[in-house]
Design a protein around this ligand. Sequence first.
Ligand code: NAP
Length: 296
Amino acid sequence: MGSPRREISVRWEKYVIVVTGATGNVGRALVAALVAAGEQVTATSRGITDGDVPSGVRTRRGDLVDADSLRPVFDGADTLFLQNGGPSAHLLNPNDILDAAKTGGVRRVVLLSSQGIATRPQSSSHGETGRSIEDAVRQGGLDWTILRPGGFASNAFAWVESVRAERTVAAPFGDVGLPTIDPSDIADVAAATLREDGHAGQIYELTGPALITPRQQAGAIGAALGEPIRFVELSRDEARVQLLRFMPEPVAETTLDILGNPTPAEQRVSPDVERVVGRPARTFADWAARNVAAFA
Ligand SMILES: NC(=O)c1ccc[n+]([C@@H]2O[C@H](COP(=O)([O-])OP(=O)(O)OC[C@H]3O[C@@H](n4cnc5c(N)ncnc54)[C@H](OP(=O)(O)O)[C@@H]3O)[C@@H](O)[C@H]2O)c1
């Protein structure tokens, strides 16, 4: 009589969607949306910890400027949400990132790019670097979708300190409106394009539902707080000094150009959020209400 057969059960765990920039405004909301939809997620950034994500999400540290550091991140994945590297964008080697992703098993990539690729093609910061990342994604042999958002509602977090201390917002170009986008809407569009078929080869331009000026944004934060907010209009030079604390000069100059002298394309309200997720884009007032605790 032979020995009894032992049943060996192996439980494979797959973390199939990789989210880069997972601790950021978009990435955090995207991880939450994917988890709510029952997806298995690997969340990555340079400094991520398990405390940054819901339980059940795998975290792996990696640096987008060092594609080799991403190899363990991509292991077992089939889908990638790739952000454009923000201030490090010019240091990225997108072909190396995509090669590492393909080696790990990735077949679909959704790139978080920027509206400036189309509207400021001559700008080295907003146009050229971003364009080379988009080109690599388009030519990388994966199913691709590109998201091009305009300015984020969450840029208003720059006003947290002055609102908390003095109930004041200081910004340039107080009466110039832009269709600011809620990062949660970018996340919802990203979740749909990562999970559903039918988005390959699409470029979605993502904006909010209406133009809103900095003065009106200050008013919306005040309404959320239930207290008036004073608006102080800065000159372009004063605003440049502030921006240079967060970004290099070419990025600051193009940002000021967009804020002060937007092109018709930058002021156009895009239908793409509603096209993809089937509901209108959220308003700035909605963003302010959900984030009011930061300003209190
Ligand atoms: N704000 C706007 O108006 C606007 C408009 C259009 C496009 N965008 C683009 O949208 C993207 C996401 O914006 P967000 O507001 O969600 O960003 P965010 O809140 O600033 O977060 C950035 C995320 O990326 C990670 N990160 C930064 N550098 C990295 C690197 N070298 N390697 C790996 N991870 C890195 C950060 O975590 P660690 O620090 O832990 O690495 C963090 O998770 C940005 O790349 C930005 O360029 C922004």
